[in-house]
Design a protein around this ligand. Sequence first.
Ligand code: ZN
Length: 167
Amino acid sequence: MVNIQNLIDDAKCFETVRALRWSDGIFCPHCGSARLIKRGFDDTQPDRQRYRCHGCARDFDDLTGTVLAGHHQPLRVWILCLYFMGLNLSNRQIAQELGLNKDDAQHMTTHLRQGLVAQQEPAGLDGVVECDEVYIVAGHKGHPTAVKKKDEQDDATDSKAVEDGAP
Ligand SMILES: [Zn+2]
């Protein structure tokens, strides 16, 4: 059986992320400065570019502050997951193709619907967290209208929940 993960090139995956994330130029995810230098590559992921910000003197890399950083899955699994979502595969099918359990696949597709490189809040949730029809406002810098829309949806969901809960 052909395993698609063996056909995917990590370098291309990072190229894809850079093209998406830095489409308006590279900037520091900590302070927003565009004054930076490239600073080699990650020790364990040779295609992951590192940078140092001249604004706040902190380091970051291609994945810093995104859902793609700090997860157990390699980047190519995320990219493939995104590809399968584009083909309208179900979470179950995606899990099967990528050798994941269904919960992991669902977790990933939920994140990816917010965008491949959507900014995440630095404080993360730990352990098993289950959410259903809950909007989490995370990393809304520069997107006040998107946040406003989500808040309105939250209100709608809340009031519906109250109605449903009434005897
Ligand atoms: Zn900075």
